[in-house]
Write a protein that binds this ligand. Structure first.
Ligand code: SAH
Length: 262
């Protein structure tokens, strides 16, 4: 008698981009159509979720008021289990799966379990938010290096950011709203000019995005004054002066300073 092979499942770690569904890759859009199940997090925009056909099973592992975010090992187990069951599993993540997305951990889990996995890149928030703000992250005159850092770390003072911000460099901070004041203090203590321009982009690439501009010394106050909401990105460096943004300067006189940078 002929043996029936189990159906071949596959896991796809897919970047959903920064919010605007038009910024999905063609491959991501195709996979949403052909998936058996989509497992997504809270950062994935509504417009992107709307592209998932109704017959495709959808599981959210986003933070909800009633419960905490699903633990990473439970997510890994879910992905492996569903793929082993022979399904085409799309793990849909905001931005790019490998930029602060824990995609690396999910790929490790798939490899360990011997599950076939492919990664589909997405536009990361830094690229999307910079584009929205008309702010070139690198510029021949202003910045020849750019760094992405996570601002959410428990003990910021233990982080070595020396050399990441300042002359000729752009620093992009993900998840930095809660620690914005501490970040500015830390950079200034490390010798970065308090007068360096910063841009804050809230809900970048979406219809209700806000782009704000100020100086490093004002960063914490700006976030509080403008009641900036997550998701938001902070960009520190001379290029921030080029942002097409609302100037949100708390201190009189700094408007002139920011103009000096442009
Ligand atoms: N993998 C994602 C990042 C996940 S970390 C990526 O590549 O973009 C989550 C952080 O990303 C948020 O706290 C915020 O700092 C940033 N972020 C994601 N989408 C954003 C958006 N549309 N506008 C501003 N910041 C965003």
């Amino acid at each position: 008698m002929e043996k029936t092979l189990p159906p071949a499942g596959k896991l796809w770690l897919v970047g959903a981009g920064p919010g605007d569904p038009d910024l999905l890759t063609l491959r991501a859009a195709r996979l949403l159509e052909s998936a058996d199940i989509v497992v997504h997090d809270g950062l994935v925009g509504e417009g992107v979720l709307a592209l998932i056909p109704p017959h495709v099973e959808r599981i959210s592992v986003a933070k909800q008021r009633s419960r905490h975010t699903m633990k990473q090992d439970l997510i890994n187990e879910l992905l492996v289990r569903e793929t082993r069951a022979g399904k085409q599993v799309v793990r849909l993540k905001g931005g790019d799966p490998f930029i602060f997305g824990r995609g690396g951990e999910e790929l490790d889990a798939a490899r360990e379990a011997g599950v076939v996995c492919e990664v589909v890149p997405g536009i990361t928030a830094a690229a999307g938010c910079a584009a929205q703000a008309g702010l070139p992250l690198t510029h021949r005159e202003d910045a020849s290096a750019v760094s992405f850092v996570a601002g959410q770390c428990k003990d910021l003072t233990d982080q070595d950011w020396s050399g990441l911000a300042g002359h000729g460099r752009t620093l992009v901070i993900y998840m930095g709203l809660a620690t914005a004041t501490a970040i500015a203090d830390k950079l200034i203590a490390d010798g970065v000019s308090p007068g360096l321009p910063v841009a804050v982009v809230e809900r970048g690439t979406t219809a209700d995005a806000r782009v704000m501009r100020s100086l490093l010394t004002d960063l914490g106050d700006l976030v509080a004054r403008e009641k900036v909401q997550s998701p938001a990105l902070i960009i520190v460096g001379k290029v921030a002066a080029r942002a097409d943004a609302l100037d949100c300067l708390g201190t009189p006189g700094v408007a002139a300073q920011i103009r000096d940078f442009t």
